[in-house]
Ligand binder design. Sequence first.
Ligand code: 1PR
Length: 551
Amino acid sequence: MPTVHLLDYVAGNVRSLANAIEKLDYEIQWIKEPKDIENAESLILPGVGHFGHCLTQFSCSGYLEPIRKHIVSGKPFMGICVGLQALFDGSAENPNVPGLGIVPGRLIRFDDVDKSVPHIGWNSATVSENSASEHQSFYGLKNRSKYYYVHSYAVPYQQGLLEHEGWTVASVRYGKEQFVGAIGRGSVFATQFHPEKSGIAGLRVLKAFLEGKRWETLGGLFQNDTSLGLTRRVIACLDVRTNDQGDLVVTKGDQYDVREKGSASSGGQVRNLGKPVDMARRYYEQGSDEITFLNITSFRNCPLVDLPMLEILRRTSENVFVPLTIGGGIRDTVDVDGTKVSALEVATLYFKSGADKVSIGSDAVVAAEEYFKNGKRLSGTTAIETISAAYGNQAVVVSVDPKRVYIKSPNETGHHAIKTQYPGPAGEEYCWYQCTIKGGREGRDIDAHQLVIAVEAMGAGEILLNCIDRDGSNGGFDLELIKDVKSSIKIPVISSSGAGNPAHFEQVFEQTSTDAALGAGMFHRAEYTVKDVKDYLAEKGFLVRQFEDRI
Ligand code: 1PR
């Protein structure tokens, strides 16, 4: 079997990449120390996290020169995400840390005036037609395909500048900014997006690199510009918990109550909607842009003993090549044998098992309460801060579990209140959104507006915005909550809770600036597929990623 060398260092989420390479029938030779690079014919440098953290890791571990030597020798080299960024002179993310300087240029942070930052989602990578003849694809890239990006810093693209130095560039537009999506020259190739998380389109690019096909004839390359740009993300969410027999099953609450009502036989049983690995793969094949697992009983058990959840991730990531988010129990904890385990160590376990993002719920609420109590001073020790410092803020999602508290007038509370179109039971025309912990079981004296501002300051990269009132209701998303949260922060928001049909997704994308929308029950009950939702959105004129089923 042909081989490829993969550099495994702490900040990389290498399992998914390893799974993608093995899916393409290549064997991986792991690079564990700098001298191993001399034996590498073909080398891939993965990368998740901070530019500075990764480059410092490479430098301190003595990798920088061997990597540079490999590249200069003309042997095949592929950089992914931070692995692309490392090729340049440096990054505004860590101005004092030099890059490899193979490609001239520096990274800058996206402008967040007109768009969410980080740039998270599925976007294009377009080689300008004057660089490629009609049917020549650059490392398997197709203009109609979409690739998964998750980063806050990028190399600005000016047509002709890098081409003048012999580089071929695939560029991407995000808001008003054009940046480098992929770049190559000779035997060097690098992508800002994650091919291992970009479905079949990404596997096609990886395969082209592994087979050394820098240019190849592929059909259907160029498409009119209307298909270019960031798509609307549709996410399937699987609430997972142990049932009364101890198996991990997919369940679904209505207003967070996951137990069956009704007959004596099933009444009180945990709703069992199926097996997590099978259902995740089904949603991937229906075109889900991400898969989110929420381990909803983990606050009772330390995740280290939740090995089934790690195993679910390992097995899912073997065949699901879109981003996987895992939530539930990400916090400093004590294992059953009394060992103290930090949130960062818990998160690392999940990243090593195939997760791309971790979602923090209860711990984020407590951290936000501390943040305000300490006069908005950061402690540097919270789960959000430590995990985003090591893996980048795009790897940290905060899951918010708010519920409406109706009031007759905003003066009744010190919390951030809104005037609602849906009056309360006693005709109250105002409400505030109280944050809860422990799966909605405990209300706290902090509102959703305060929480999202605090966690953005701590370095969270994205908000998963649930809503207890709408959860499982099939009544549509809480648009007032979403608008209020979106107007408070710059990081992306995933709207969740209440989706019952494809029109609810059109409504939330039409009436709010949400970055993504999530469904659970409507998919688990097979009332609609993810494809039904995306086809419906496409018919209504929204840009969505079409599932590609062959490399
Ligand atoms: O507090 O860090 O251990 O994380 C616990 C995680 O589990 C949080 O993300 C929390 O939202 C979630 N969770 C805990 N208990 C429940 C429950 O349902 N009893 N899930 C729960 C909350 C939100 C989504 C749901 C959407 C869409 N559910 O998972 O799927 O509301 O549902 P719908 O489309 O069917 O309406 P920690």
